[in-house]
Design a protein around this ligand. Structure first.
Ligand code: SF4
Length: 356
């Protein structure tokens, strides 16, 4: 198993020649990386950011494949996921598919359906987020319509690229509007493809509004608290901190009632200055109520407010993954049981490699 190498790659990043491009620049979640296949595992590896320049890892090309090198010594052959052919098609209204949704990991079609956020130009912006950066660089469009999403999903599915769909969203003015729009998009994708669908959103004012998502066909949800270190959360994600753990807990519990155990998740970001115990305590807290704690090392996105940071140390990540995998086992949670979304994909975290 190459799991230690994979953890190190996600901590150090990978130096590449200019002709080897990132899969996506900016965007919500761990962006600015490339998807590589290492020992049959799809891994999203950071390729830009200042810290990547000092990574011991680099790649050299050989007959269409790549040799992974550490400190200039050859380690192993790896592959880069090829650019999917559906990216070059255009929707009925003339938008390139690649501006509507992207292939994540091995088989997940992901879209940020609303590429703006009410917190972006305020002191409440999540410091790690790059949601409006890809919009600024014209890599995407502001609002994807249900028709556009359904069309891209159908074609990507028919061409054999995808097995599940992920929809994430910047925060609208009113939470009811956010969930209503997600529900409309879900209904249309589901009608055309029947694929499992994962959606991510902030806790709504009224938790019962999540029934609307269930009725629309949503299979799994991500309601991300990001950090269980209260002081760090207040600095890194002020809007989430203001909602507070009580509101998140109420939302998670209702979501588990609606979507089931193991089908609700929360990111816990590591390497943002948090107390180490907060990651493990947070993972146990979530697991105890049936929520999957998805551990992700910080990805300092160029252009984001944390662009000068580094991801956490690989040895620390290994200890965290080992402890959290034992917690998952104790509460009978598993990434393999997740029907859709980041937990099923797993490319941005090495946690699945440590699960039994
Ligand atoms: S883990 Fe989530 S954000 Fe990362 S590549 Fe997979 S679907 Fe995308």
């Amino acid at each position: 198993m190459y799991k230690e190498t994979i953890v190190e790659l996600q901590s150090f990043g990978l130096k590449t020649a200019d002709n080897i491009k990132n899969d996506r620049k900016g965007g919500a979640g761990p962006a600015d990386g490339g998807t590589f296949i290492i020992d049959n595992t799809y891994v999203n590896i950071p390729m830009s950011g200042k810290y990547v320049d000092s990574s011991p890892y680099s790649i050299a090309t050989l007959e269409g494949r790549y040799i992974l090198r550490k400190h200039q010594k050859n380690l192993m052959m790896i592959d880069k996921r090829v650019r999917p052919s559906f990216y070059d098609l255009k929707t009925d209204d003339g938008i390139p598919y690649s501006k509507i949704a992207l292939l994540h990991g091995s088989d997940c079609l992901a879209s940020t359906i609303f590429q703006k956020c009410i917190y972006w130009n305020s002191k409440d912006r999540c410091r790690f987020c790059g949601i409006e950066l890809s919009l600024k660089s014209n890599k995407t469009i502001k609002l994807k319509t249900p028709d556009q999403l359904a069309e891209v999903s159908r074609v990507a599915f028919e061409k054999g690229y995808i097995k599940h769909v992920l929809l994430t969203v910047g925060t609208f003015n009113q939470s009811e509007n956010t969930l209503k729009y997600i529900a409309d998009c879900t209904k249309q994708i589901k009608a055309d493809t029947q694929l499992p669908i994962h959606v991510q959103f902030m806790p709504p004012g009224d938790e019962d509004q999540m029934w609307m998502l269930k009725e629309a066909g949503v299979d799994t949800v991500g309601i991300h608290f990001e950090s269980f270190d209260e002081k760090i959360l207040s600095q890194i994600a002020p809007a989430k901190h203001r909602l507070g753990i009580k509101k998140y807990t109420k939302t998670w519990k209702k979501a588990v009632e609606i979507f089931g155990k193991n089908q609700v998740s929360s990111f816990i970001i590591t390497g943002i200055g948090e107390l180490k115990s907060s990651v493990i305590d947070g993972a146990e807290y979530l697991s105890d109520i049936g929520v999957f704690p998805f551990i992700v090392p910080l990805r300092p996105i160029p252009g984001s407010m944390l662009e000068d940071r580094k991801p956490p140390e690989a040895q620390e990540m290994i200890k965290i993954y080992e402890k959290v995998s034992r917690i998952l086992e104790k509460y009978d949670l598993s990434s393999q049981k997740s029907k859709a979304g980041c937990v099923r994909c797993g490319a941005c975290s090495a946690l699945p490699l440590f699960e039994n």
